[in-house]
Design a binder for this molecule. Sequence first.
Ligand code: UD1
Ligand code: MG
Length: 410
Amino acid sequence: MAKKPTAAIVLAAGKSTRMVTALPKVLHEVCGRPMLSYVIDACRSAGIERIVGVVGYQKDQVIEAFEGEADVTWVWQEDQKGTGHAALMCRDALEGFDGNVLVIAGDMPLVRAETLELLVATHQRQHAAVTLATAVLDDPTGYGRIVRDEYGNLQGIVEESDCTEAQRAIREINPSYYCFDKKLLFEALGEIRPDNVKGEYYLTDALHILVQKGCRAVAITAVKPEEAVGVNSRSQLAEVGRIMQDRIQHSLMNNGVTIVDPPNTWIDVRAEIGQDTVVYPFTYIHGRVRIGQRCAVGPFAYLRDGTMLADDVVVGVFTELKNSTLGEGTRARHLSYIGDAQIGQRVNVGAGTLFANFDGQRIHRAVVGNDSYIGNGAILVAPLTVDEGRQIAHGSIVRENNATPERAEP
Ligand code: UD1
Ligand code: MG
C-alpha cells in the first residue's frame, strides 16, 4: 500500500494552571529550548511536512517564538474547552488534506521521532481508523488509562478524574500520541460531548466514538516510561529537564566527548562539542556554544551564548565566556571574564583577566591578536584592539591606543 501523507496537530493552547505561570506553558525551556520546539522537531524528523499548532493562551508569544518556521501553521482556539475541541479547531487548516493525522500534546518534549514513525507505520499496516502509542508505568497517577476488553482489544481511554476504582489501578496509560485517519477524526470530533467531571471536550472520547462505530482502533505499547513524562507542573518540568540532559550528554559521549561527572554538568541542547574534549565537573554551558576538539573545559566554567572555542583550547576554573571566540591553543585557566572578545591563537589569558565590555550604555568588542600574553589581573577596556604578539603586564588597565610592548621571546 502506498504511504499516505501524514500531517500533525500539536496541542499548545492550554493555560496550564498547574504551572502557576504568566508564560505559555509550551514556551518554558527544557535544556535551553522551548518545550514545544522538541515536539515540532520530532514531527519533522519523523518525516511530517505539515504541522498545525493550536494556540490560545498568549498565542502571539508562542507564534512569535516560531517565526520563520514555514512548515508550521497556527490555529487559534479562543476558549480552552478541552483537547478534543482544540483538535476540532484544525478542520479548516487541514481542508483538502487527505491522509493520516498525528495528534500530539505540546507539553510532551521527550517524544522521540522513532516512536512517531512506528506509530504511523503501524497505523498504515493495520489499516486502522486510530492508533495510539501507550506506555506502562509503575505509577500511572495523572494520566488517562487505557481500557481494553477481555481479549485485549482497545475500548477507550478514561481520564483519571472519571476512573472507577478498578480503572484507576490500570498501569497502561495514554501519553497523548495518536494517529488518526483524517476524515474519521473530524467526524468523531464533531460528536464529542463534554459529559465528564471537568466539563471539557476530551480528545480521548474520539477513540471511544470510533470503537462504537466499529472502526479499527489499535494500541501499541511503544512508549518508554521516560518518554511519557509530560509537563503539567514545575516539578515535572525539572524531571523532564533531567531526562533531556541525560540524552544530550549521552549523545555527546557517544560522539567522543568525555564528561567527567554527568550529574554535576549542564549542557544546552544547542551546544556542539568536538571529539576528545573533556568537560570537568560543575561546568554550565548555556546557549549556542561551539567547542572544538581536544579542549579542556572546567571545572566550574560558565560558557554562555555565542562562545566559540577552536581546537586545543583550555578554559579553566571560574572562567565565564560570553559571545567570544578563542583561537587554537589559547588558554584561560583561571578566574576570568571574557565577554564580546575575539582572541587569537596561542594567547595566554592570565588569571583574573577581565574584559570590560560594557560602558553602562553599550557593549563593545575587543580583539586580541595571536601569540599575545595577557598578565594576571589585567583589565582590557573595550572597544580595543591588541595587536599580535603583545605583552600586557600584570595588573594593567589597557585602553584603545595604549601602547603595548611586543612580547619578549619565551
Ligand atoms: C491529556 C490526556 C490524557 C493523557 C495526558 C498525557 C485528554 C482529555 N487527556 O491530559 O489522557 O494521559 O494528556 O499527558 O486529552 N490543550 C489545548 N486546548 C485545550 C486543552 C488543552 O490546546 O482546550 C493542550 C494543552 O496546552 C496541552 C495539551 O493540550 O499541551 C494537553 O492538555 P493537558 O491539559 O495537559 O491534558 P492532560 O490533563 O495532561
Ligand atoms: Mg498534560
